[in-house]
Design a protein around this ligand. Structure first.
Ligand SMILES: *Cc1c(COP(=O)(O)O)cnc(C)c1O
Length: 731
């Protein structure tokens, strides 16, 4: 029931806040204003169907009303014609389009109903006041039908003009114009497929209503929870803010991912990336946690101008049955941008208000730049209360990675070089979290909570599901396959986040046959997938040309084992306890078989990686980065060529310029990263260069930045300094 649910949810969030704020800040900090949903008694609530003419609002409304035993009201017949005492078409020709919308709005404002199914007219949503009035009375469900389908239906219905359309505007344009109003008012969307019958749509509406009323079913559990029962259910907002579960496990959705129907996928295939993301993610985040309207605004912000390719993640044919999914067109040129352009916004939304958050990050590579860029793009009001401070080892990151971070020296996103290694940066941050007097001081003096945004956070994994779906949509759109045909996906794998999100895309209905995980010579993951044994004993990290997948502990693997074991929290707990204690675990033969149904793996030597870059360039002119090349080598070795293979290109080749130049057998490789990129430009041509990367390096060159001693106290002083001068002052 909606009211109970919301009340419970409000209680929930209050709990969350008291847990989060370790120190009593006074109850005035606890407001619920950021929860936008209104509270309404469920039996009084209207169900309001909205959509363009021809969407089926009236017929669907009748079926839904009948199923739910609710009276049905048709705005056209039951409100407008009665109020005006005349036929709607006559009124329209009498007063004209603009006046009509005004009069229609006035009539709707005077109308009240409760507990009914209401079918709107196509033009209602153009009138602000009347829509606000309706929205307060219930839930607005948008019947989202493809514009081409609408055009066809209108032709069949012999409708050639609709309200607000004068002779100079074509039907397609007016439908597009109206769409923004539907998107503005909806509480829930029903994605209608081509060929869906009225009954199909009614069924989807009922399912949507069920989902809206039952947010309980979309709770999260820890990968280590016993019997899959959480005594204290966690919701999206909780898990985004908490990151890690209290028992040390990672959060996963209790009931897995929702499965979309083929007709829905076919609709999604025709959408641009941000809209695809919307259609997919609104099924994965309960509207009670984040309204679709807000989600849509976030997605447009995340996947708009920040990506230098208008497809966001273009899919390119490489050779035979292999396709490259370019995930590097974001501002920092690695696939981490796909998550980190959205994650900060989700984080800001879920955080309790009236409190500042400083996110501390230790980085040895691509994460630093992507996090800084993501958090610096927040809305003004969030910039004042959410900041990020990155510590990087002064001599432990590449020149290019350093330049991507050192540009951030003021405002809410800053980076500091530390005269030590990654380990020291990481440990110092952990020590700050454990230092209750420091945490207390920061909370009391500045109303600030320290937080992290690492890769195990659900809000970082979830956005990645979209691009795997998107790759399949592109194959569909280009008629390489028809819906249902399988594909394989190959991923250079480190923390297993990218691979895990491909498996979630599969759960949503994308026919992925195998996920192929590729390692370099630090191959603990591929050894595990081959043998069932995860063995860290005596394993050391080797230097490689693909440092982003140099990994010992692959954090998201825990989610995978939870997934393939059918959610066996006991097992996960035991295995990772063994890993902690004895540096090794082994899964049963039966589980290994299940693992091998989902994933395959292989590893690639340094020589093979460089050779692949050279060979592919020689044959096709395409330049891969070193991580992509690791994937390419493993894919070509394993793939049986019976279906298309999507190779995830996780970084732009310019980001690992010196290794790529070496692979291309370039003579006299320059030291300076900008000269290296210029050289790559000469080889690959301007169109293969990453403009944002080049620009960022040029702007940051010779930019002064802070370097500090390897001293815990110095680092904590930096934290305090940043809080003092970047957050809004607390009175
Ligand atoms: C982070 C990263 C990876 C590893 O991704 P996981 O999700 O940790 O497996 C691969 N390639 C590049 C370029 C990266 O930055």
């Amino acid at each position: 029931m909606i009211s109970a649910n919301i009340c419970r949810r409000l209680g929930k969030l209050r709990n969350l806040r008291t847990r989060l704020l370790f120190f009593p800040l006074g109850s005035s900090y606890f407001t619920t204003a950021w929860l936008s949903n209104q509270i309404l008694k469920p039996d009084k609530m209207n169900i309001i169907l909205m959509g363009p003419p021809g969407a089926g609002k009236t017929s669907v409304g009748r079926i839904v009303g009948c199923r739910l035993g609710m009276p049905v009201i048709d705005i056209d017949d039951d409100v407008l014609e009665r109020t005006w005492g005349m036929n709607v078409a006559d009124k329209l020709s009498e007063v004209g389009g603009d006046r009509f919308i005004e009069e229609e709005g006035k009539a709707v404002c005077r109308f009240t109903a409760t507990g009914s199914v209401i079918s709107l007219t196509g033009s209602n949503p153009l009138h602000q006041d009347s829509m606000q009035h309706l929205k307060r009375s219930g839930l607005i469900v948008y019947l989202d039908v493809d514009a081409e389908d609408i055009m066809q239906r209108l032709t069949t219905m012999k409708v050639n003009r609709i309200v607000g359309q004068d002779a100079s505007v074509c039907m397609r344009d007016i439908l597009r114009y109206r769409n923004q109003f539907y998107e503005k008012w909806l509480d829930a969307r029903v994605l209608c497929g081509t060929g869906d019958s009225v009954e199909d749509v009614a069924k989807k509406v009922l399912k949507t209503l069920d989902r809206y009323n039952d947010s309980e079913s979309e709770s999260f559990i820890s990968t280590r929870s016993k019997n899959n029962v959480a005594s204290d259910p966690k919701f999206f907002s909780d898990v985004v803010v908490e990151g890690l579960a209290p028992d040390g496990g990672l959060y996963v959705p209790k009931n897995g991912f929702p499965k979309l129907e083929p007709s829905e996928w076919l609709r999604i295939a025709n959408m641009p990336y941000a809209t695809r993301a919307m259609a997919i993610l609104e099924n994965c985040i309960h509207p009670m946690d984040l309204s679709p309207v807000e989600l849509s605004a976030m997605l447009n912000r995340a996947y708009g101008q920040n990506f230098c390719n208008k497809s966001v993640v273009p899919l390119k044919h490489l050779s035979d049955n292999q396709y490259i999914l370019e995930l590097f067109h974001g501002p920092t040129a690695s696939f981490k941008d796909l998550a980190l352009q959205l994650m900060p916004q989700l984080f800001a939304h879920c955080l309790p208000p009236m409190c500042n958050y400083l996110i501390l990050v230790a980085t040895s590579g691509d994460t630093g730049g992507a996090v800084l860029k993501g958090f610096s793009n927040l809305k003004d009001t969030d910039l004042e209360r959410i900041g990020v401070l990155v510590f990087f080892p002064e001599n432990g990151v590449s020149e290019i990675q350093k330049l991507q971070m050192t540009g951030f020296q003021k405002g809410n996103a800053r980076s500091i070089g530390v005269l030590s290694d990654f380990d020291f940066c990481q440990k110092s941050i952990k020590r700050m979290f454990g230092d209750s007097s420091l945490m207390g001081h920061i909370a009391v003096e500045y109303a600030t909570v320290l937080s992290t945004a690492n890769s195990i956070n659900w809000a970082r994994l979830l956005p990645q599901v979209v691009y795997h779906c998107s790759a399949y949509m592109d194959l569909l759109k280009n008629r390489v396959l028809t819906f249902g045909d399988p594909i394989d996906v190959c991923i250079p794998t480190g923390n297993f986040g990218n691979a895990m999100s491909a498996l979630y895309a599969k759960q949503m209905g994308i026919p992925i046959r195998k996920v192929v995980c590729a390692s370099n010579h630090n191959c603990v993951i591929s050894d595990f997938i081959a043998s069932g044994e995860y063995d860290l004993r005596g394993r050391k990290l080797f230097v490689s040309n693909s440092p982003a997948i140099d990994i010992l502990k692959s954090s998201n693997l825990e989610r995978f084992i939870h997934h393939v074991s059918g959610g066996d929290g006991h097992l996960v707990r035991d295995l990772f306890f063994n890993l902690e204690k004895g540096q090794v675990f082994k899964v049963s033969e039966a589980l290994l078989q299940k693992i091998n149904m989902e994933v395959e793996a292989g590893w690639c030597s340094e020589d093979d990686c460089l050779k692949a870059i050279h060979d592919v360039h020689r044959r096709t002119g395409y330049i891969m980065d070193t991580h992509t090349a690791v994937g390419k080598v493993v894919a070509s070795r394993i793939h049986d060529n019976t279906c298309p293979l999507v190779l995830c290109s996780t970084a732009h080749h310019g980001k690992f310029a010196s290794a790529v130049l070496k692979a291309l057998r370039c003579q006299n490789i320059p030291q300076d990263p900008i000269e290296q990129l210029d050289k790559l430009c000469t080889i690959g041509g301007q169109q293969q260069m990453h403009e944002a990367l080049l620009k960022c390096l040029r702007n940051s060159k010779d930019h002064p930045y802070k370097i500090c001693q390897a001293d815990f106290n110095v680092l904590s002083e930096e934290v305090e300094t940043m809080i003092q001068d970047s957050f809004m002052k607390v009175q």
